[in-house]
Design a protein around this ligand. Structure first.
Ligand SMILES: [Zn+2]
Length: 150
């Protein structure tokens, strides 16, 4: 259900509540107790329906936000389980997979590739996670250091 449909339903519900309010006002002078009771019950039901509609509207809003967030990232991408922003189509700026999985999520870019006597690595300035993409004499990287919860 989209927001326009919910707004439209909200408008219709408000109109129904107003109509019932009017009926309640007219029935106030009536001596028909059963009529008053039925109008009151219908009024209560409509108000409850209106509350539920706003609750569902909030759920839809949260789900949309989650979907937008989900579509904003790609990963984990092998061989290093890095996560990338979707717009980083050339996969040049990986995000730290450890920080990415924290709750609430932290977005921290890994460093550029750094070469030292042991090999080539990238590190996170936020959490100090370090991954050797290659080690001297090895091109397979440091698989034990990959960080991704199953
Ligand atoms: Zn990190």
């Amino acid at each position: 259900m989209d927001l326009v449909a919910i707004t439209s339903l909200g408008t219709m519900l408000s109109a129904a509540v107003t109509a019932l309010k009017d009926a309640k006002e007219v029935a106030k002078d009536s001596s028909d107790g059963e009529l008053k009771e039925k109008i009151g019950a219908a009024y209560d039901t409509l108000l409850e329906l209106k509350i539920r509609l706003y609750e569902y509207d909030e759920v839809v809003r949260q789900l949309r936000q989650e979907l937008e967030t989900r579509n904003a990232f790609v990963g984990p991408v092998e061989p290093f389980s890095y996560v990338y922003r979707t717009e980083d189509t050339e996969r040049k700026s990986p995000l730290c997979p450890k920080c990415f999985q924290t709750v609430p999520r932290v977005l921290s870019y890994l460093s550029a590739q750094r070469k030292n006597g042991v090999g080539i690595n990238r590190g996170c300035n936020q959490c100090a996670w370090l991954n050797y993409e290659t080690r001297t004499g090895s091109t397979s990287g440091d698989r034990e250091r990959h960080y991704w919860d199953p």
